[in-house]
Design a binder for this molecule. Structure first.
Ligand SMILES: C[C@@H](CNC(N)=O)C(=O)O
Ligand SMILES: [Zn+2]
Ligand SMILES: [Zn+2]
Ligand SMILES: [Zn+2]
Length: 515
């Protein structure tokens, strides 16, 4: 793969050149597979079928023996995030470039205001960081890291067409940084329900973690192994349960990000059995691709590179169990939570594990890792792979069928996946900005041969040809049918919150066999 950056071609020139036929491939959507050809023009899928009539000057990609899938959608990234005294290493250019290299054609990043900071101001900062640099389309979730009537008002403003936000993330961990107490968490989730926006939670008990950290440090446990010891599975599962109870009290659906353990999945399943609103679970490439054994590595750099929250689990059965949960629709989607830090930044926690900036890589390898761990092992079929890596995110975040489907009038965001393409994952060859890869040395069978972003061939038979700034911000509307379609309207919103713009949910498209 040559890495020569492609010179900027004016966007209007590009699209007219984008007549493309993908021939002889097997189309894979979340609900079925078919041997059909795909014709693309000006960034949109115009025809799907056989013996298509196409204009001269069309480029043809022969996809014989390959799968033609919707481009991956990564619902969880943190590019250029400042946290714990450092800044994540992958910026919006390098991060989305790595995403495209791995078959992902849309990412959803997180606006994370500091406590007391205006959400609108933070939103503007993120748009400024991302617009003009992204190589593929992107969306945003907004963090609710503090609570006040102003925050409530700004959430309402963010869900209008001007800003295009339909999901908010609250933290039950990161005490003193982003964590909300249960009262404020309840108010935030209630407000999401009134706005018909999707609340997301980082589910760990931040107070237990804080006390465990004090005790471990007092005992002289300062290395990265202390990170997992301070927050084991039940500390995650307890918060999953508590978040579901609060959502139930607020008559709200809920999306739990980065679920990392079997205990957390069990807690979500138990909540589903007793609650009527949609409860959604996300896991990560890291949690299916590796495990918590690395925290014991004698090399600080190696162990610290695996520090994220919730942590990777020492139970070796976890990766397979999480793949099975994705296959069985106990979990609905896989993200990366890509939040990488250079070695010097991870060393901020050299003598105190709670100061190690949290985050790992994953945006580039997410799809190949899941294909290797779940499809090649027979745990899930290609249709379910498409559902959890693309379609479910599109449906949940109300981008469907513009995104997440190979169909006429959908965006031409596609992957020509070669199920036989073998490679070994390594920091020496990956496109990410850091010189460490938590999947180092893993051999995968199955990777993208072509990646088409809005009709442009950005991975061309293994050659990476992204264009910085080619991607655009995707505004999302609230009231996603897949989440709110069958939910009754919540109790009348308090007078001061104008929600008149919100329509009633329409019948939701099938989100797998969602309970
Ligand atoms: C802030 C971000 C950091 N990444 C991580 N999971 O450790 C997150 O908690 O999602
Ligand atoms: Zn989190
Ligand atoms: Zn080392
Ligand atoms: Zn995250």
């Amino acid at each position: 793969m040559t890495n020569a950056p492609v010179k900027k071609v004016p966007i209007h020139l590009q699209s007219s050149q984008n007549r493309l036929l993908i021939k002889n491939g097997k189309i894979v959507n979340d609900d079925g597979m078919e041997d059909l050809d795909v014709y693309i023009e000006d960034g949109i899928i115009k025809q799907v079928g056989r013996n298509l009539i196409i204009p001269g000057g069309t480029r043809t990609i022969d996809a014989t023996g390959k799968l033609v899938m919707p481009g991956g959608i990564d619902p969880h990234t943190h590019f250029e995030l400042e946290m714990m005294g450092a800044k994540s290493a992958d910026d919006f250019y390098k991060g989305t470039r790595a995403a495209v290299a791995g078959g992902t054609t849309c990412v959803i990043d997180f606006v994370l205001p500091q406590k007391g900071q205006s959400l609108l101001e933070a939103y503007a900062n993120w748009r400024e960081k991302a617009d003009g640099k992204v190589c593929c389309d992107y969306g945003l979730h907004v963090g609710v890291t503090w609570w006040s009537p102003q925050v409530r008002k700004e959430m309402q403003q963010l869900t209008t067409e001007q800003y295009g936000i339909n999901s908010f993330k609250m933290f039950m961990a990161y005490k003193d940084a982003w964590m909300l107490d249960d009262y404020d968490l309840y108010c935030a989730i209630e407000t999401c329900a009134e706005l018909r926006a999707l609340p997301q939670v980082h589910a760990e008990n931040g107070n237990i973690i804080a006390r465990n950290t004090e005790k471990l440090l007092a005992k002289g446990v300062t290395g990265p192994e202390g990170h997992q010891l301070s927050r084991d599975e039940e500390v995650e599962a307890e918060a999953v349960n508590r978040a579901c109870v609060i959502a139930n009290q607020a008559s709200s659906p809920l999306y739990i990000v980065h679920m990392m353990s079997r205990s957390a999945v069990r807690a979500l399943q138990q909540a589903r059995a007793r609650q009527r609103h949609v409860l959604l679970g996300e896991t990560l490439a890291a949690s299916v691709g590796t495990d918590g054994s690395h925290y014991g590595n004698s090399c600080f750099r190696h162990a610290a590179a695996h520090v994220l929250s919730p942590p990777l689990r020492p139970d070796p059965a976890t990766p397979q169990a999480l793949c099975e949960a994705l296959a069985d629709d106990d979990l609905q989607l896989i993200g990366s939570d890509n939040c990488t830090f250079h070695e010097k930044d991870k060393e901020l926690g050299k003598n105190n594990f709670c100061k190690i900036p949290n985050g790992v890589n994953g945006v580039e390898d997410r799809m190949a890792i899941l294909w290797q761990k779940a499809v090649n092992t027979g745990i899930m079929d290609p249709c379910r792979f498409v559902a959890v890596t693309s379609t479910n995110a599109a449906k949940i975040f109300n981008m469907y069928p513009q995104k997440g489907r190979v169909a006429v009038n959908s965006d031409a965001d596609l992957v020509v996946w070669d199920p036989k393409l073998e490679r070994t994952i390594s920091a020496a060859t990956h496109k990410q900005a850091v010189n460490f890869n938590i999947f180092e040395g893993q051999h995968v069978v199955g990777s993208p041969q072509y990646v088409i972003v809005n009709g442009r061939v950005c991975l061309d038979d293994g050659e990476l040809r992204v264009v910085e700034g080619f991607g655009k911000f995707i505004k999302t509307a609230v009231d996603s049918p897949a989440v709110f379609g069958s939910a009754p309207a919540p109790a009348a919103a308090p007078a001061q919150l104008d929600v008149s713009h919100v329509s009633n949910g329409s019948p939701s498209p099938d989100l797998g066999n969602m309970t």
